[in-house]
Design a protein around this ligand. Structure first.
Ligand code: BEZ
Length: 223
């Protein structure tokens, strides 16, 4: 079981949930695309690793098919998708067939059959206050060096925004590439935030720079 910041219960092994900056835990698992070792499967790309509560449920069906429809957008961003739930491989295979039939979307990414909850436990995807029998809607952004860069948790009854998932990926990649930060509601093409100066010299340099200057610590620029 996991210890949360709120001091959750601990029975047996106590392990912190993976946090931003941690190395994404590696695992070997059965998936709808065959057995994988996560670190090999990643192939040095960005990964969006997400859990859903259960196969053959309505909100999950909308999320997985929307991620399937938008899969080419993730490929353009050098990112792979992988889903996880505690359902069996037989359930995953049947559900994927069913989604193709009823929603017209073939799920192009693998689903981990985590019946023994090994991956769910490694990633802290079971939140006992919400449910003890299924994974919540957890989502990890993992960079090519396997570092966890952002985490999103949603409850069972609320579907995630694929727009927001894409936006966070764009923001992380833009921030990395340009050494900048992304302000509130940032979207690709918007101005970015220049990191605050750390020395007086940098403060002076900023006076001459072609930035939108709101104050010495809040400057924006167009990329
Ligand atoms: C759903 O995907 O609709 C769902 C799954 C588990 C609990 C509640 C809703």
């Amino acid at each position: 079981m996991y210890e949360s910041m709120a001091g959750g219960t601990a029975t047996g092994v106590t392990r912190l949930m993976p946090r931003i900056g941690d190395v994404a835990p590696d695992f070997t698992a059965q998936t709808t695309h065959g057995e994988i070792r996560f670190s090999d499967w990643q192939e040095g790309k960005w990964v969006v690793l997400f859990s859903h509560p259960a196969d053959f449920t309505p909100v999950c069906s909308t999320e997985l098919t929307e991620l399937g429809r938008r899969y080419p957008e993730f490929q353009k961003r050098n990112a792979k998708l992988i889903g996880v739930s505690v359902d069996s491989i037989h359930s995953h295979l049947a559900w994927v067939q069913n989604l193709s039939r009823i929603m017209g979307v073939r799920i192009p990414y693998p689903l981990v059959a985590d019946s023994n909850r090994a991956v769910a436990e490694l990633y802290g995807m079971i939140h006992p206050g919400e449910t003890t029998t299924a994974t919540v809607r957890a989502l990890f952004f993992i960079d090519p060096k396997r570092s966890i860069r952002a985490v999103i948790y949603y409850p069972l009854n609320i579907g995630r925004s694929v727009d927001e998932i894409e936006r966070v990926l764009d923001a992380l990649q833009t921030a990395d590439k340009n050494g900048v930060a992304c302000p509130v509601n940032w979207r690709p093409g918007d101005k970015v935030v220049v990191p605050p100066p750390k020395t007086e010299k940098e403060v002076d340099q900023r006076l001459d720079a072609d930035y939108e200057k709101l104050d010495f610590y809040l400057c924006k620029k167009t990329l």
